[in-house]
Each structure stands twice: as C-alpha cells, then as structure tokens.
Design a protein. Structure first.
Length: 30
C-alpha cells in the first residue's frame, strides 16, 4: 500500500518536469 502511494507521489513530482521539458522543446523548434 505504501509503495503504491510512493509511486503516485513520484509521478505527481515528475509529471510537471516532463511537461515543462516538452514545452521548452516545442518553443525551441518554432
């Protein structure tokens, strides 16, 4: 149960970083 919560927490932390990186890549390509 605790490991599942940890996985969700890490996903919440990593997701914005991934989205920001993708946004930067799109801005650099244009």
């Amino acid at each position: 149960m605790k490991s599942i919560f940890q996985k969700i927490l890490t996903l919440i932390l990593i997701s914005p970083i991934f989205l920001f990186g993708a946004m930067v890549e799109i801005l650099l390509q244009s």
